[in-house]
Every structure is written in structure tokens, then in C-alpha cells.
Design a binder for this molecule. Sequence first.
Ligand code: AR6
Length: 174
Amino acid sequence: MTTKLRAIHGDITSLNVDAIVNAANSSLLGGGGVDGAIHRAAGPELRQECQRLQGCNTGEARITGGYRLPAKHVIHTVGPVWNGGADREAELLASCYRESLRLAVSAGLRSIAFPCISTGIYGFPAEPAARIAVQTVQEFVASAPELEEVVFCCFSDEDLRLYQHALGEQIVRG
Ligand code: AR6
């Protein structure tokens, strides 16, 4: 079976998928943006489990329960802070998507939703970030047919447009 990729506009904390991905920081102890929203919605038990993980490096990922979220799990990944582009930001962003998918497959999960990692507080430009996200996920799922669905959950209309464009381009090239 081929994996379905789709972009939607919405709040990732409301999605009923096997895992939502959190754009965390290296402490894994919460913050603003989507990280704050996920911790608020999941409840204090999420922070307690995160504390036991003792942090996460940029480009890596860790999995926890979803607690009060509709999603069964949260996969926490730490995106790169944008620093002009010559600091391996693109490579590290791709690694976030790959490592999150790798964890999902290892845990036997079938559906996963990503936010637009690094494009908020961390300042990664939205257009290249969308291209990297779509390309990295497409490359990964080509050899992971057990994943049924990957959702790109966009918080703005502009991000949704960028993802639809990136997904459309991939289909044409396909
Ligand atoms: N659902 C989906 N997307 C969201 C939501 C939501 N509820 N809320 C925000 N976004 P950001 P980063 C989008 O800043 O750039 C935190 O403090 C948002 O519009 O959350 O990776 C962490 O602790 C943007 O498109 O993450 C780190 O310190 C995207 O999520 C730092 O921010 C990512 O924006 C990580 O920064």
C-alpha cells in the first residue's frame, strides 16, 4: 500500500492520529508555540514523562504517550534555529522528519501528523522548510509502506498553500 500524504489547515492538538509531532526545544520541558499548545492539551503527565527523557539533540526525536490528547503518542523533535542557512539547518530539519518517522515505524504506528517544524520561533523560512518536509517524507515512505498516512498540519493559510504546492510538484514529478 502507498502512504497517503496530505496537507490540512488546523490545530495539531485536535488530531486523532497515532502520533502528533511536537516542535520542541532540547530540554523537552515545554515552551511556546505548538510545544506550549501540545503540553497544555496533553496535561501535566506529559511533562513528567518528558522530564525522564533528559533532553534531545537538534535533529533527533523521542516518543512519549499522548495523555489527554486525542493522539495516542507525541513524537518530540528539536528543529534547528535558523542562522542564515549555512549552519546545516536544512540537513538538521530533514533529520527531524526522518527521525520522527523512524520512531513511528519502530512503534508500529500507522498515522502521524507534523507541524511546520522550526518555522515559528526558530525562524526557518517557510517555503524551503515546506519543500524539505515534503521531500524528506516522500523519500522515507517510499520504503515504509506500513505507514498509512502522513499529515502536514498547517497553522496558517500561507503554510497550507506552500505545502499544497510542494505536494503537487512531487506528484507531477512522480
Ligand atoms: N497546531 C499546529 N501548528 C501550530 C500550532 C498548533 N496548535 N501552534 C503553532 N503552530 P513554533 P519552532 C505552528 O514556534 O519554530 C517553542 O517554544 C506555528 O505557526 O511552535 O520549531 C519550543 O519550545 C509554526 O508554523 O516551533 C522551542 O523553544 C509551527 O507551528 C521553539 O518554540 C512551528 O512554530 C521551537 O520553535
